[in-house]
Design a protein around this ligand. Sequence first.
Ligand SMILES: Cc1cc2nc3c(=O)[nH]c(=O)nc-3n(C[C@H](O)[C@H](O)[C@H](O)COP(=O)(O)OP(=O)(O)OC[C@H]3O[C@@H](n4cnc5c(N)ncnc54)[C@H](O)[C@@H]3O)c2cc1C
Length: 458
Amino acid sequence: MSKIVVVGANHAGTACINTMLDNYGSENEVVIFDQNSNISFLACGMALWIGKQISKPDGLFYADKEMFEAKGAKVYMNSPVESIDYDAKTVTALVDGKEHVESYDKLVLATGSQPILPPIKGAEFDPNSREFKSTLENLQFVKLYQNAADVIEKLQDKSKNINRVAVVGAGYIGVELAEAFQRLGKEVILIDVVDTCLAGYYDRDLSDMMRKNLEDNGVELAFGQTVQAIEGEGKVERIVTDKASFDVDMVVLAVGFRPNTALGAGQLETFRNGAFIVDKKQETSRPDVYAIGDCATVYDNSINDTNYIALASNALRSGIVAAHNVCGRELESNGVQGSNGIEIFGLKMVSTGLTAEKAKRFGYNPETVEVTDTQKPDFMEHGNYDVTLKIVYDKDSRVVLGAQMASREDMSMGIHMFSLAIQEKVTIDRLGLLDMFFLPHFNKPYNYVTMAALKAKD
Ligand SMILES: Cc1cc2nc3c(=O)[nH]c(=O)nc-3n(C[C@H](O)[C@H](O)[C@H](O)COP(=O)(O)OP(=O)(O)OC[C@H]3O[C@@H](n4cnc5c(N)ncnc54)[C@H](O)[C@@H]3O)c2cc1C
């Protein structure tokens, strides 16, 4: 029997804990620490909740302390682990305000990530808060359930008079929040240092579709601007960039996340952004110490190297992989492609792997093919819609490196095939001759995947 301590019980931790308890329960003792009062909040639902596309947050949780306890684990909530002695194999946590030392045979670090605080005058975390609160009223960070609840409470409080909101960061979280505030009838300014949105996931032609979509729906875009200061007497009144100044009542900072890895400082090997470096079994540079989810690296098949891609989908899989290895069954991760999706004002976009822009940066010789076509034959008069597909491949090896899709209807399942193609190093030529079924209700014999792949130049 091993004693396994898990630090952090959100998405990665929950997946790991459930896998251990469901498959190896009685063989091990599992002890869990989390500094938060809740676990498993699906932050992906935050914008839906803020924008009233869902009426309440209850369904955004899928696990709790009682669930783990019923399966035999010992759970300490509201209990931050403050230090780890990797030689003595003990963790020290603050439980009910008192120091609590717990020994372990195997340790799983699932401490996740924290919002990045860029160097902006006037923007600070409140040092007394573990909940990513700011010292300036109405300057909001977005990560936890508590952060979303705080935003909603302020928006509902008529005395606060929040009408103009600036969202900083036009990655997928910032874009989703801009939509949410717009849906509530607020005036929204979306600011990004890059002169487009979703730059990490789409090439310019596709990100321009989203840009137009945001503009058409009344979001003011301030792209290509660097935020320098957030000003106000005790509360947000203005946001100042290198090019303009906007009077606003609330600022939401959504410029990305950094791994929360202070517990391994100087003890575990870290990646360039501070994430714990793990192998394909999720083991860190120290035997018996595993790291999963946003605090750890991933193996990225599109660059054939270690990378950092913070996504709940990656967190879950890494938790499952770690659980089996910790419990003695060897299992390696497949690696990831960074597959992702977004829907804003009805425009759906999904992507996987590298954009052409990124592929160049990683030393590939990228070529692209792009097709826009209807999903079904023209004689299908109803439920037919346009889909744009762009495939990125390497000119030399012809291996598929990435794909991006956009449509007003759900075409999202198509991207998973490209994810597998990247993972398995499939060439674009093999995609062109792939056996794809045809039925008018679903697609065309000369469908956009086949056509795009056949278009690829020699
Ligand atoms: C607004 C928003 C929208 C998102 N949308 C999506 C999406 O649509 N799809 C997607 O795939 N991903 C999405 N993500 C990303 C996703 O939420 C993260 O990748 C995921 O939460 C990572 O899970 P994790 O368990 O690794 O880390 P975290 O969620 O960061 O959890 C870490 C846990 O560790 C605990 N902890 C930290 N330090 C300590 C300590 N010292 N002691 C005890 N406990 C500690 C914390 O309390 C927390 O419970 C979104 C994120 C945000 C913020």
